[in-house]
Write a protein that binds this ligand. Sequence first.
Ligand code: OOG
Ligand code: MG
Length: 261
Amino acid sequence: MIDPDTRAGILDRAATEVRAVAQLQPENSLDVETAYQVQERLIACRLARGERLVGLKLGLTSEAKMKQVGVREVILGRLTDAMRHEAGASIDLGRLIHPRVEPEIAFLLRRPLPPHPTPADLRECIEAVAPALEIIDSRYEGFRFDLGDVIADNASSAGFVLGRWQSPETDTGDVAISLSVSGKLCETGSSAAILGHPRRALAEAGRIAAARGIATAAGDIVLAGAATAAVPLHPGALIAADFEGLGRVEIRAFGPADPAT
Ligand code: OOG
Ligand code: MG
């Protein structure tokens, strides 16, 4: 039997002490229900330190992402204010275990998401859209996990950066995306890879949030999940993501030359 508080404590310490932990053994695998309970407790540790919830993130909404980590179900995680960095920020890799970065599309909510949003509901719910980068950092050794592990670990959330908010009418259905590292093109894709349309990720957020008793509110940020695989974040790197018609987001990375694994 896994005690959610104990498991959350282990994952919280892994993040704050920047030290990876072993994933649970298959015979101890977390079911989805328990995994979201661990996530809730993990977030409670952050809130107890004064962090504030600012939104949600979807994970594993594209084939490229599912293939990269070997988990094939859409997952939900929580975003706090401490995870947010300004566009152009320099990210301290000394505080992360084995970070990766990936291009995302962000939605700003005008109202709470219903449990089963129709396309009309979704239009009503979107206040603005923005290009974004997400920094993920699994707390598990080797970035290896199963479905329960990654939900418990708040969907590997570590940080996010938003570009400029755009009109909610901006078409996000087939945005060409490219990710480059220090001038070298690393990943290309389209937002259509996100469940066929990033708005479907928003619908999934409504569904999963309702199923797990997670409230959404006007002003929340929702990351739709990456359209491409994530790339490792190394010291000295300049990361730039270009989203055709939406904008560009950049960050820099600095820190120890050889991040722990
Ligand atoms: C899990 C988090 C997935 C996304 O955009 O698909 C995610 C991971 O890849 O470690 O954030
Ligand atoms: Mg992501």
